[in-house]
Design a protein around this ligand. Structure first.
Ligand code: CA
Length: 227
């Protein structure tokens, strides 16, 4: 699936240059020319990455950055700032607000594309970094090694079973719908029936033996992991 990027730039030529080069490199690009449009676009469909010019008419880039980082639903979207020479204090403010990186104008489009890729790669690695070992009483889930132990005995799980267990065990007490679990296992928009999730859960419980009760059915909703 293509990475989506939102370009926020009021200068027409630069906007077109970025759109052209990012599209050619395989990004799905949307472009807007003001801070107001940027906030509306992100709220409508959050992109994977935002290229944000700081000097914008109306709401400037720093303001956009602050708003996005203050909102839990958009705070995790990486931001690559586009800045002009002499904007050092703005760059520092932006980085402190949580922007990931910056590029100073004039820039080569190739460098922008490479930086955009680097930011997304770092993000992906950071997500994997959440792969800490989870331990609950007798149950241990080791994401890095894809291993599960019950009372120090290794349990053989299919990769789908493992992903469902890990997904739920990372958020004990949270209730997940079958759709969320299908997404967790197969990625979004995958045609898997609710029923197959139920079958997987039955298998998972059986394999977990003493710890099978950790996976609770929440009637009419889905499932929850109870430590
Ligand atoms: Ca500008």
């Amino acid at each position: 699936m293509k990475n989506t990027v939102l370009v926020v730039e009021d200068e027409h030529d630069i906007r077109e240059l970025l759109e052209y080069n990012l599209t050619r490199d395989g990004f799905a690009v949307r472009a807007v020319e003001s801070g107001e449009q940027a906030l509306a676009a992100v709220t409508r469909t959050p992109p994977d990455l935002i290229l944000l010019d700081l000097m914008l008419p109306g709401i400037d880039g720093l303001h956009v950055c602050r708003k996005l980082k203050a909102d839990g639903t958009t705070a995790n979207i990486p931001i690559l700032m586009l800045t002009a020479k002499g904007e050092e204090s703005d760059i520092v403010s932006g980085l402190e607000l949580g922007a990931d990186d910056y590029i100073t104008k004039p820039f080569s489009p190739k460098v922008v594309v490479a930086r955009a890729r680097a930011v997304l790669r770092r993000r992906a690695e950071a997500v994997h970094g959440e792969d800490e070992v989870l331990t609950f009483d007798k149950l241990t889930v080791h994401p890095g090694r894809h291993e599960v132990y019950v009372a120090e005995q290794q349990i053989e799980l299919t990769s789908s079973e493992f992903r469902i267990l890990h997904y739920m065990a990372r958020r004990p007490g949270w209730v997940f719908s079958r759709y969320q679990l299908v997404d967790a296992v197969h990625g979004e928009k995958h045609a898997v029936s609710d029923r197959s999730v139920d079958v997987m859960i039955v298998g998972l419980r059986r394999k977990l033996g003493d710890c099978g009760h950790c996976i609770e059915t929440v009637r009419g909703v889905g499932y929850r992991f109870r430590a």
